[in-house]
Design a protein around this ligand. Structure first.
Ligand code: ADP
Ligand code: MG
Length: 448
């Protein structure tokens, strides 16, 4: 043991390395300075590597960094030994340091071989970023689908409520409406009888004369028929409203049915009637209907009514916005030119026959409001896209409408507009929704 230590740390018989440099000071110091600089760098690199893996424990294969650190430190010690042996010929010791360095370097190299394929398989930052973007997109889609589902559920609940109320009101209103005719004819008979009585008995009994003097019989005779006829008009109006509500909600129809689309548009307009009336500076919104000769269209009527409702409400909002100047005389030039035109919503329907495709119906809803800038048109169907103030817009109207038209009815919803040009929405849906069965089921049906 002492022998081994003696050999390792001993230096008898050897001459210092400096002799090889002929002790020329510049040569000696060149070696000293270079070895010292290399050793300094070799000691600082592992320190930085260790600091890195201590901070980033998630980095894969971090033990490899420790191995790198160890062999770089061994190399650094080797360079220090080179300085030492210039004056002290402990060549055994420097040889052992070199052997130790060789062992760790070779071990590191061997460990590195199986690691390379694994390291190559690691996703690149670009791939990770793409995956991340995909995840974010999926999340956004999920959120918007969820909100559309909630909204659709709300609408369906609302539809049920409206249809329930309409149904309940329908019966009592029909009693009133149906009986007013009888009441009118009975009243007329009574009045006739009264007139006849007055003619035949000009001098009634004193008790009757007293009551006659107190009541304004002539006024009643004139006013009673008028009262009855205004009650009749009122009852008729309630009946129409109830009919529109039932028409509009149509929740009873879970499956497709051929319906008259014009009824749907009319009932929607009836429900929106109160919003068309003049308000503040805004004159009454005129509605021009140009209905074509349409056959019945196979569709989910309640859902399509919802589309008409969303698009018509947006048109009314847009026309209203023209007059909503926040301060008097602060309207922009565009608003002032728009204010000079009477606000109009035009609804046209027609049959179209696209080349090589089945017949479709087209419903065109146009307003002469401020229009939608081309730049934002791509966004209007996105869920939550709204330009309206908080509390007024939800940004879901067109998203839901687009889904109903394109997905539920395999149709198209097209927007034609530009700033100051008004806005036109075209709803195009096939007349029939005949679904083609997939090939496999058809074959199965033919060969049972
Ligand atoms: N007729 C129209 N005229 C002008 N802008 C419109 C019209 N219809 C829709 N828009 C624009 O499209 C946006 C999205 O509409 P929508 O999905 O119904 O949401 P919301 O009405 O709740 O804002 C509106 O905020 C508006 O900027
Ligand atoms: Mg809307």
């Amino acid at each position: 043991m002492t022998n081994l230590m003696h050999t390792l740390f001993g230096s008898q018989g050897y001459i210092p390395h400096g002799h090889c440099y002929l002790w020329q000071p510049w040569l000696v110091w060149l070696h000293v300075a270079s070895n010292a600089a290399i050793a300094l760098a070799y000691f600082s690199i592992p320190a930085l590597l260790l600091y890195f893996i201590a901070k980033r424990r998630d980095v894969p294969f971090n033990w490899m960094f420790v191995l790198f650190g160890a062999f770089i430190i061994a190399c650094g010690i080797g360079h220090l030994m080179d300085i030492w042996t210039i004056w002290h010929p402990n060549y055994w010791l420097s040889g052992v340091v070199k052997a130790f360095t060789a062992i760790i370097s070779i071990y590191t190299a061997i460990e590195l071989v199986p690691l390379i394929p694994q390291a190559l398989a690691l996703p690149s930052p670009a791939k990770l970023e793409a995956a991340n973007r995909e995840l974010e997109r999926a999340l956004r889609e999920l959120q918007s689908t969820q909100s559309r589902l909630i909204q659709a559920e709300k609408l369906s609940n609302l539809g049920q409520l409206v249809s329930g109320i309409a149904h309940e009101i329908n019966n009592p209103v029909n009693f009133i409406y149906g009986n007013i005719n009888h009441v009118s004819s009975y009243t007329q008979e009574l009045l006739n009888l009264l007139a006849l009585y007055r003619e035949t008995v000009p001098q009634p009994a004193p008790a009757v004369a007293e009551v006659l003097a107190e009541s304004d019989l002539e006024f009643i005779e004139g006013d009673l028929p008028k009262t009855l006829s205004s009650m009749q008009i009122g009852a008729d109006r309630i009946r129409q409203i109830v009919l529109s509500l039932r028409n509009f909600s149509r929740v009873d129809e879970a499956e497709m049915k051929p319906v008259n689309l014009h009824d749907g548009i009319d009932s929607t307009l009836m429900i929106l009637q109160h919003r068309l009336k003049p308000k503040g500076d805004r004159p009454c919104i005129q509605v021009v209907r140009e209905y074509g000769d349409l056959p019945k269209v196979e569709c989910y009527a309640g859902q399509l009514n919802q589309v008409f409702m969303n698009i018509l409400s947006n048109a009314i909002d847009a026309l209203e916005e023209v007059y909503e100047t926040h301060q008097a005389n602060q309207s922009s030039t565009l608003e002032r030119t728009l204010q000079d035109k009477a606000p109009v919503i035009k609804i046209c329907t027609r049959l179209i026959e696209p080349d090589n495709a089945a017949k479709q119906v087209e419903i065109c809803i146009a307003d002469n409001g401020p229009g939608i800038p081309k730049a934002v048109q791509a966004q209007i169907y996105e869920a939550f896209y709204t330009t309206k103030p908080l509390g007024k817009g939800t940004g879901l109207g067109l998203a839901i409408s687009h889904q109903i038209v394109t997905e539920k009815h395999r149709g198209q919803l097209i927007c034609q507009s530009d700033t100051g040009q008004g806005t036109t929405f075209l709803i195009q849906i096939p007349l029939r929704q005949s679904f083609v069965a997939p090939e496999s089921t058809r074959t199965a049906a033919r060969n049972p």
